[in-house]
Design a protein around this ligand. Structure first.
Ligand SMILES: C[S@@+](CC[C@H](N)C(=O)[O-])C[C@H]1O[C@@H](n2cnc3c(N)ncnc32)[C@H](O)[C@@H]1O
Length: 263
């Protein structure tokens, strides 16, 4: 199914004739009015109809706005958003793939990826996207992503067990309870209790990782990243193994020292 077909049926709230989209538009304007951001060149990525880019340009009184979107047709609706916003920045519509960003646009001060768009990218594409965005932003430029935490929403909200029997021995049973989720760190707070007696054994903060994110993360710092699956290594007692080769020491040292204190 093409992106065009998908969005024809999915009906994301971004059309200027849609009341819900208008409410979104006004909320995005308010969001950017409340930020300490200055930008004269706004770049809206995966812009759809340009709802977010026009809203940000209005809030920040930006004289230049660029939209990048794979589906050219929807972008024309940006003119209607400008009319609704009552502004007339210099508008540039770029039909293309945001993964090719450095070859599509020049320098900007503010980049947006609005509207829960990250699922369109796998972890490796996400690294390409982020590095592309960082390379087209001015030195004091900023990148805003509107997203939701799907691990929290879909996993903890559905199949996940908030009460789990973890181990059963002759002497005791260890159970764990879901005790919260830290959305900033992406970790679950889980309490471990011993039965009988319900004595707390530990409180843990745990991150449920997928494999591709770890591969993509590693690929930033190593020239090669490889996944060896159980069917490839043939050992039933060994899980998937991630293998990284060729450290990029320059990048690694810089990021390592930056992450010592900032997080
Ligand atoms: C969920 S919509 C969000 C639209 C808009 N930013 C908003 O806030 O309403 C995601 C948009 O990303 C576009 N898109 C997906 N992959 C893309 C890519 N690789 N390059 C450019 N646009 C892409 C889709 O066509 C769609 O319009």
């Amino acid at each position: 199914m093409s992106l065009e077909e998908f969005y024809r049926h999915f009906r994301w709230w971004m059309d200027p004739d849609d009341g819900r989209a208008l409410r979104r538009f006004n909320a995005i304007v308010s969001f950017f009015e409340g930020r300490d951001v200055e930008a004269s060149r706004v770049l809206d990525l995966c812009a759809g109809t340009g709802i977010a880019g026009v809203a940000a340009a209005k809030a920040l009184s930006a004289p230049e706005l660029t939209l990048v979107e794979a589906r050219a047709e929807d972008m024309k609706k940006a003119w209607k958003w400008l009319e609704i916003a009552g502004i007339s920045p210099k508008l540039r519509l770029v039909a293309g793939d945001v993964l090719d960003l450095p070859s599509l646009v020049g320098e900007h001060d503010l980049a947006l990826l609005w509207g829960h768009t990250m699922p369109h990218f796998d972890p490796f594409e996400a690294v390409r996207l982020f590095s592309g965005v960082a390379s087209v932003l001015s030195d004091d430029g900023a990148f805003f992503i509107e997203e939701t935490d799907r691990i929290k929403r879909f996993l903890y909200g559905s199949a996940y067990k908030d009460f789990l029997v973890e181990r059963r021995t002759q002497d005791y049973t260890l159970v764990s309870l879901h005790e919260g989720y830290d959305v900033r760190r992406g970790v679950e707070r889980r309490g471990y209790y011993r039965l009988p007696g319900f004595e707390k054994v530990a409180g843990m903060k745990l991150r449920l990782w997928d494999l591709a994110s770890q591969l993509a993360l590693g690929r930033i710092f190593f020239r090669e990243a490889e996944l060896v699956t159980p069917s490839e290594h043939g050992l039933s007692e060994v899980s998937e193994v991630l293998l990284f080769r060729g450290p990029k020491k320059g990048i690694a040292r810089g990021v390592y020292s930056e992450f010592q204190n900032s997080l």
